[in-house]
Design a protein around this ligand. Structure first.
Ligand SMILES: Cc1cc2nc3c(=O)[nH]c(=O)nc-3n(C[C@H](O)[C@H](O)[C@H](O)COP(=O)(O)OP(=O)(O)OC[C@H]3O[C@@H](n4cnc5c(N)ncnc54)[C@H](O)[C@@H]3O)c2cc1C
Ligand code: FES
Length: 342
């Protein structure tokens, strides 16, 4: 049986049939509900039940504990209403024109700055002026109906872009990345759906920003920083990029070259070897943030990359440094293995 869900404060409402989650039904109805992983792990879709009852879905207690449920929290990507329900959710403004579409593209360039990272440029058809927000991602469509998400690493332009840059890390045994690192070549045709996701800088705030990336999580952070510099954004940005070794900082010279009074770049290595000849910061990247910002209560954080880093940052920043949970925005690069485990 279908039930009505009303979102507050917008008062947008829609029917949710039994085969859909609240998030899916809301997105299908055209409402911009926040989301990222869609498998109940990232908590981006979290809302608060104001009235009614839901089936919470099969959610791990680490993502939604019994205490969270008692407080009224719900993960909209997993929950289904059991009666007419009202949920408080911060819907997103300003992305009305950015409805996702399926678009063909051609591989224009494949660079391998390290043996396990490919920087791929894809060109869109001439008449496509692709518009997106810095930080969003696309889903590359594979032959058998599978999809793989990749963040857009170049910054958007008001008139749209015709080329997208993707940073792809090799996951050995992975369906798409094995192909990228063996057979993918210039002029190959791909298709993708996008733009997707709600990872982008909230411009309705003037709080200083901390950005924290691990590995290829640098891709959307690069787009966000470049867009911020182009717009002349006044908010200070501290960008932390963590990798295992010096080699994994596959584009180090780029953020080092950014000359902007409001942007500070701090690379961090967790496992430097003697060959790295590294004299910079070491340890876990989110710990470097905590050393420099023991009090994050007045800051907005954008984190992207390995799910373990994102989860550690989410927990430690709010529990140990006073970051308000709603000021933490993230895209965790979940793979199929992690989604299956979820
Ligand atoms: C929002 C988002 C943005 C992302 N952006 C980026 C990005 O910019 N750059 C980037 O490098 N990555 C990004 N990722 C990760 C990316 O989408 C892929 O997950 C990753 O590249 C691996 O894809 P693959 O097809 O090569 O591997 P997969 O086929 O997904 O396999 C990954 C691993 O899981 C195993 N596996 C596959 N299926 C299962 C299963 N059912 N059960 C158990 N194990 C399984 C495989 O053997 C392999 O070891 C992003 C992910 C998300 C969610
Ligand atoms: S989108 Fe619901 S938990 Fe990630």
């Amino acid at each position: 049986m279908a039930f009505k869900v009303e979102l507050q404060p917008s008062r947008h409402s829609f029917e949710v049939s039994p085969d859909k989650t609240i998030l899916q039904a809301g997105l299908d109805a055209g409402f911009h509900m926040p989301h990222s992983c869609r498998v109940g792990m990232c908590r981006t879709c979290r809302g608060t039940i104001k009235s009614g009852r839901v089936d919470y879905g099969d959610v791990h207690p680490a993502s939604l504990s019994d205490i969270d449920k008692a407080k009224g929290y719900v993960l909209c990507c997993q929950a289904r209403p059991l009666e007419n329900t009202v949920i408080e959710v911060k819907e997103l403004d300003g992305i009305d024109v950015l409805r996702p579409r399926v678009i063909p593209c051609r591989v224009e360039k494949v660079d391998k700055p390290t043996p396990d990272v490919a920087v791929i440029s894809v060109r869109l058809p001439m008449n496509e002026n692709f518009r997106f927000l810095a930080g969003q991602h696309i889903d590359v469509q594979l032959r058998d109906g599978k999809r793989r998400s990749y963040s857009i690493a170049n910054s958007p332009k008001p008139e749209g872009v015709t080329t997208l840059e993707l940073h792809v890390r090799h996951t050995p045994g992975g369906t798409f990345t094995d192909q990228v690192f063996s057979t993918l070549k210039v002029r190959d045709l791909l298709s993708f759906e996008g733009p997707l996701g709600t990872f982008y800088v909230r411009e309705d705030s003037d709080k200083p920003i901390v950005m924290v990336a691990s590995g290829t999580g640098f891709a959307p952070i690069k787009a966000m920083c470049e867009a911020a510099m182009q717009k002349g954004m006044k908010r200070p940005i501290a960008l932390y990029w963590g990798c295992w070794t010096r080699r994994d900082l596959y584009m180090l010279s780029l953020p080092e070259s950014w000359q902007h009074p409001n942007l500070k770049f701090i690379p961090v290595l967790s496992n430097p070897t003697p060959e790295c000849a590294w004299t910079g910061r070491t340890g876990f990247v989110h710990r470097a943030v905590m050393e420099d910002f023991p009090n994050l209560s007045g800051v907005q954080v954008y984190a992207c990359g390995a799910p373990a880093m994102v989860e550690a940052a989410r927990a430690d920043f709010s529990e140990k440094c006073g970051l308000p949970p709603e000021q933490f925005y993230a895209d965790a690069f979940l793979t199929e293995a992690e989604k299956a485990a979820a």
